[in-house]
Design a protein around this ligand. Structure first.
Ligand code: ADP
Length: 406
């Protein structure tokens, strides 16, 4: 690393002696030839400094694009053209700019300098052999005291390697997305394939139990029941996995009235609602962009959880919505057992349950499915809760019109 700091130390600045800075009474008066000598010295130092940097520095005339009055020798490394070739031909810059980038860059450049703003852009320069080099160009107009632009000063930095890395990681991202959808396809096929043998195990277990129940002692009968129970759990897990892998939009989204979907969901959950003595209320609900079955899945999971994870009191559940710009936040509040704030992230991951299996039904997939669907719809889901104080699940969806539906 060059000691740039030492060279630019104001105390060492070539044309302004240190005494001027410290004590204005001792301003030295130089003769014309001394002043000239120091000016040359300063320019030589400036050149030495800029020409040691790996960036290209340049000075160009206003209003004539590519009309350089100075360009540092590093330009030859980037372009294969010597500085004097750049100074001699003001069409060279435009000619060597990649044709795909010209249309984007030229209007930006004119606008920035006319508007007195700095110009910053990344584009490709084609070298003498026609190879593309990505450069980052940063320049600004230097003005006189009256604010009139005099000339342009700027730098060009080669960023080909950075661009290559960016493109590579974008490519890897695409591959990752591909492999994720392949993985989902694999999980979906595998779980469907597993369903038939699992069903046979459960059926055979039941057959065995009915044939020899009378001949089994209590211990053997309990073992057989546990085996059947495990097979049934596995059926549930496998079905859940398929549901998770397949969750997401299948048809183009349309404007869906949330109120109607809620009505349908509450009808489906009539049994558990009546059984728990729950009271369910709702405020005005919006029309959102979604797919009816997906919305049904989300609401059904959230209301079902609010019924399942109840406290000693009968469940009180309220569904409401509020505006957030073009989005709507939909909230499902309950008075259930609540969740510790430390666990509020974890529950949206696959197979995460905070309560033992026997206490409540469910394999820990409902919220993961909700999250996956909402991610697909461009929204987000989160929960606010405290143990013993109930939970409020919120999710956002894009509103389909500006009016709330009654
Ligand atoms: P499950 O299939 O177990 O219902 P979910 O993914 O729907 O799975 O929920 C994950 C866990 O989050 C649940 O097992 C439960 O511990 C907790 N949970 C979900 N909803 C609520 C709620 N409304 N109140 C308290 N805990 C909840």
């Amino acid at each position: 690393m060059h000691k740039i700091g030492n060279r630019t130390n104001p105390a060492e600045s070539p044309c302004i002696p240190a005494v001027v800075r410290r004590d204005h009474r001792h301003v030295p008066v130089w003769r014309e030839d001394e002043l000239q000598r120091r000016l040359y010295q300063a320019e030589a130092r400036y050149r030495a400094l800029t020409e040691q940097l790996s960036i290209v520095t340049y000075v160009a005339a206003m209003n004539v694009q590519g009309s350089f009055t100075y360009i540092s020798p590093q330009i030859e490394v980037v372009s294969g053209f010597k500085p004097k070739e750049w100074l001699a031909d003001n069409r060279l810059w435009l000619q060597r700019m990649h044709p795909e980038d010209r249309r984007r860059i030229l209007p930006m450049l004119g606008k920035a300098h006319r508007g007195g703003r700095n110009f910053e852009a990344e584009y490709r320069l084609l070298d003498r052999a026609g190879r593309a080099h990505w450069v980052s160009d940063e320049s600004r107009a230097i003005r006189d005291e009256a604010g009139q632009p005099l000339f342009i000063q700027g730098t060009l930095t080669e960023i080909t390697e950075r661009k290559r890395q960016e493109q590579e990681s974008a490519g890897q991202g695409r591959e990752l997305m591909l492999s994720r959808s392949e993985l989902e396809q694999f999980v979906s096929i595998a779980s469907h394939e597993l369903k038939a043998p699992l069903r046979r195990i459960v059926n055979l277990g039941e057959l065995l139990a009915s044939h020899c129940r009378s001949r089994l002692d209590a211990e053997d009968a309990a073992l057989l029941d546990r085996m059947k129970g495990s097979a049934t759990d596995m059926q549930e897990l496998v079905a859940g996995l398929a549901e998770y892998a397949e969750a997401g939009p299948r048809t183009p989204l349309s404007a869906i009235e949330l109120g109607r979907v809620l009505k349908h969901v509450l009808k489906e959950l009539e049994g558990p609602i009546a059984f728990s003595g729950a009271r369910i209320t709702s405020g005005p609900l919006p029309t959102v962009w979604a797919e009816p079955t997906l919305l049904e899945q989300i609401l059904s999971n959230l209301v079902d959880n609010a019924l399942k994870f109840r406290s000693k009191d009968p469940p009180r559940i309220h569904i409401s919505a509020e505006r957030l710009g073009k989005d709507r936040i939909i909230s499902i509040r309950d008075n259930g057992i609540g969740i510790h704030p430390r666990q509020t992230e974890r529950i949206f991951s696959i197979f995460q349950r905070l309560h033992p299996r026997g206490e409540h039904t469910g394999v820990g997939l409902g919220l993961a499915i909700c999250k996956k669907i909402i991610d697909h719809l461009g929204g987000r889901i989160w929960v606010e809760s405290q143990p013993g104080e109930g939970s409020t699940f919120h999710f956002t969806l894009q509103a389909a019109n500006r009016e709330y539906q009654a």
